[in-house]
Design a protein around this ligand. Structure first.
Ligand code: AMP
Length: 210
């Protein structure tokens, strides 16, 4: 199974991908997490990407395409994968096509903008493994530390009000056109993501297994 999770930042792509990964025993590949790792390790890619992430802009296509190409060539991707946060532009989607990768389903999680702002403000992330939580909707059972690896939870630097605004506007102008792109290929599924985590999960499963 090769899946793409589409949706605005904060729509729940990462959280739902995490659950689907466990269900289908396939890895989730998050370009955002890979880039944040590169920034933390101060690699050349990380240094290049930092300014873009901090401003809420997209990292240039060629950089992200390079990252995904390398990651998809690893052994754990042979049985399928879930892409979280890639593609985010039409050229990125075309690059996937030209790599000969056939995507089975594209899940578009739709959430209203005002709810996105509330969600991103309460989002927390594990500083070590990248698992995502929300202080109200999806708290860690261990409080301020990660349920999975016990590392401290942090608020992402780009989850601040100014950056959230520009990320949402980037989403509408550059990523939303992918909905039509995949609709015309016939593999788009739409799930309402305005409800609870469980309601969104059920909507996704219903669409996937229909
Ligand atoms: P995310 O964790 O998916 O919200 O991504 C965080 C940030 O990483 C985004 O705001 C972008 O700056 C960058 N990023 C992640 N994935 C991509 C992508 N496919 N194309 C361009 N930039 C990306």
């Amino acid at each position: 199974m090769k899946l793409i999770m589409l949706g605005a930042p904060g729509a729940g792509k990462g959280t739902q991908a995490q659950i689907l990964s466990d269900k289908y025993c396939i890895p989730t590949i998050s370009t955002g997490a890979i880039i944040r790792g590169a920034i933390k390790n101060e690699t050349p890619t990380g240094k290049l990407a930092k300014g873009y992430i901090d401003r809420g802009e997209l990292v240039p296509d060629d950089v992200v395409i390079g990252i995904i190409k390398e990651r998809l060539s690893e052994d754990d991707c042979t049985g399928g994968f879930i892409l979280d946060g890639f593609p985010r532009t039409i050229p990125q989607a075309e690059a996937l096509d030209s790599l000969g990768i056939e995507i089975d389903r594209v899940v578009d999680i739709e959430v209203d903008d005002d709810l996105i702002v509330k969600r991103l403000s309460g989002r927390r992330e594990c500083s070590k493994c990248g698992a995502t939580y929300h202080v109200v909707n999806n708290p860690s059972e261990k409080g301020d530390i990660c349920e999975r690896c016990s590392a401290p939870l942090i608020r992402r630097a780009d989850d601040n009000p100014e950056t959230i605004k520009s990320r949402l506007s980037v989403y509408h102008s550059q990523t939303e056109p992918l909905i039509e792109f995949y609709k015309s290929k016939g593999n788009l599924l739409v799930a309402d993501g305005n409800g609870s985590l469980d309601a969104t999960y059920n909507a996704i499963i219903k669409a996937l297994e229909a």
